[in-house]
Design a protein around this ligand. Structure first.
Ligand code: GLC
Length: 541
């Protein structure tokens, strides 16, 4: 890998969800062998780095975010040797690799938790997690809800309760205990020593809990991941001040190595608060979920971009940008609606079905707009194909704990996690050679298969390639954004970055300025033409 201490400032990072990227052994579950075989396609796409969602040993109660061994690969996905092979090949292709760290909780099958259960009340083993006596024999220690629905406490045989902000199979670590810090520093070093380029840190905003674990004052029903529903000043586990000490510890470990980066998954608002997480001795970057949640409206986008550049800039950090991941409804589907369900609720067969054409059009425009912004961008596997959410998945196939913990009321996140299509005419659309798939693929995925788009002018795949190529050529990631105020109103936005003018049209038509058309979502557009609604053009100034 070429040395570049600043690679994370401008990188386009592609998220691989190992269960659904490519399946090398044909058992219906994606794996590292599959990734190895398909890595070249990411090189062709033009990404700078990949981020792996968890592939660690895990009972898979939350799709691998329930880790039973932080330093080994689950046999479902392969072996450490398979990982080394992927890492080596990625590096040889000039692609960096970041992996997921899940420090808020382990699996209940982790030896540390098993030891805590055995050791009993008041033991140092229990101090690794949050064990408490209830308010009375049958009432949990406080009113905290699980993000996935239901209560955040589970009672064990001896009467004590343990805390799990997510599923009951995911007990929360006690980050007030220095042994927890020590343990995770060891995990970081294990993977850094192996050569990974960084970590994405899972639910980074919940590690530290308020002293005494006080009751939540806001309505627990309203509290999920939705940051706007939360009052951070008063919240006992989202965004506690004490978390910054933990972050500094992570950063000091990363600083023992060269060119490594840490990215926080932290659903924290307002942005001025979020920016504190990326001060020079804390995380390198953080997901910008404020951007992800902003709908395709000129004024709202302009504001969130200005705020992001201002707030992150104030602490010397770049902003990141993201539209899709494995926890949210894929953006081409979100953008097919005026109103979308809350994060984590998902879309099932009973929900009004999306306007696919509208979603494709707006979703592609949103991507073309995002990829010209200075900073680093995250892509989620399949979005380069314009892949929509699976919105008619039958209940019997669902795996997301959210579905079970809410008795199906919130269908959950499986719809964005379906194995992606590679070849239109192969079994499982080329995900493997056997046709098995842990979640069934909808028939419309055939149309979105890579093979159906490769070399086809105007396809979403070719659009992404062109955007990434031009982005690199003009070094947009390291550039500076200047709004072209004359061209900004409620239906148009335009900005310049490094000699490229980006115009986004939200309604009506817009005439293009003189220049060379570098990329556009509007197939067959020429510089003499007009930009239609929900289309974006990049023009060389
Ligand atoms: C993060 C992950 C999500 C997981 C949760 C609990 O938000 O992205 O998939 O369910 O943490 O680990």
């Amino acid at each position: 890998m070429q040395k570049d201490a600043n690679w994370w400032r401008h990188a386009v990072i592609y998220q691989i969800y190992p269960r659904s990227f490519a399946d090398g052994n044909g058992d219906g579950m994606g794996d590292l062998k599959g990734v190895l075989e398909r890595l070249e396609s990411l090189k062709q796409l033009g990404v700078d780095a990949i981020w792996f969602s968890p592939f660690y040993k895990s009972p898979q109660k939350d799709a691998g975010y329930d880790v039973a061994d932080y330093t080994d690969i689950d046999p479902l996905f392969g072996t450490l040797a398979d990982f080394d092979a992927v890492l080596e090949k990625a590096h040889s292709l000039g692609i960096r690799v970041i992996i997921d760290l899940v420090p808020n909780h382990s699996s209940d099958q982790h030896p540390l938790f098993q030891a805590a259960l055995k050791a009993g009340k008041g033991s140092p083993e229990r101090e690794m997690y949050h064990f408490r006596d209830g308010k009375d024999a049958n009432t949990p220690p406080n009113n905290w809800p699980s993000v996935f629905g239901g209560n955040a406490w589970t009672q064990i045989e001896d009467g004590q309760w343990y805390l799990h902000i997510f599923d009951s199979s995911q007990p929360d670590f006690n980050w007030d205990n220095p042994k927890v810090t020590e343990f995770f520093h060891g995990v970081l070093r294990f993977w850094f020593d192996r050569g990974v380029d960084g970590f994405r840190v899972d639910v980074a905003h919940s590690l530290v809990k308020a002293k005494g674990l006080p009751d939540l004052k806001v309505d627990p029903e309203e509290v999920g991941f939705d940051p706007s529903a939360q009052d951070y000043k008063d919240h006992p586990y989202w965004g506690q001040e004490g978390v910054h000490e933990v972050i500094r510890g992570f950063r000091s470990v990363a600083n023992e190595y060269e060119d490594r980066a840490l990215c926080a998954e932290a659903w924290v608002l307002p942005l001025s608060n979020m920016a504190k997480w990326v001060r020079p001795d804390e995380y390198h970057q953080s997901f910008n979920f404020g951007y992800l949640s902003t709908s395709w409206k000129a004024a709202d986008l302009k504001k969130v971009i200005d705020d992001s550049l201002l707030e992150f800039g104030a602490v010397g950090a770049p902003s990141t940008w993201v539209l899709s991941n494995h926890d949210v409804i894929r953006h081409v589907t979100r953008m097919a609606y005026d109103e979308v369900p809350k994060q984590g609720d998902g879309i099932g067969p009973d929900y009004p079905q999306p306007d696919e054409a509208r979603g494709q059009r707006v979703g592609r425009a949103a991507t073309a707009f995002m990829l010209a912004l200075p900073g680093s961008s995250y892509l989620y596997q399949g979005e380069e194909l314009g892949l929509p959410e699976h919105t008619t998945l039958e209940a019997k196939f669902r795996e997301d704990p959210t579905f079970f913990r809410t008795n199906g009321e919130r269908v959950g996140r499986d719809g964005c996690r379906v194995p992606i299509p590679w070849e239109a005419d192969k079994p499982a659309f080329g995900f493997n050679s056997t046709g098995k798939s842990w979640l069934p693929q909808p028939e419309n995925y055939r149309r979105y298969a890579r093979s159906a788009q490769e070399g086809i002018a105007g396809s979403t795949l070719e659009l992404y390639r062109q955007l990434l190529k031009v982005r690199k050529q003009f070094n947009l990631g390291m550039g500076k954004l200047t709004w072209v105020e004359d061209l900004c109103d409620e239906s148009t936005l335009a900005f310049d970055n490094s000699g490229v003018r980006v115009i986004a049209n939200f309604a009506g038509t817009v005439a293009l300025p003189a220049g060379e058309l570098l990329a556009t979502t509007q197939h067959d557009l020429t510089i003499e033409g007009v930009l239609e609604h929900d289309q974006v053009a990049w023009i060389r100034l």
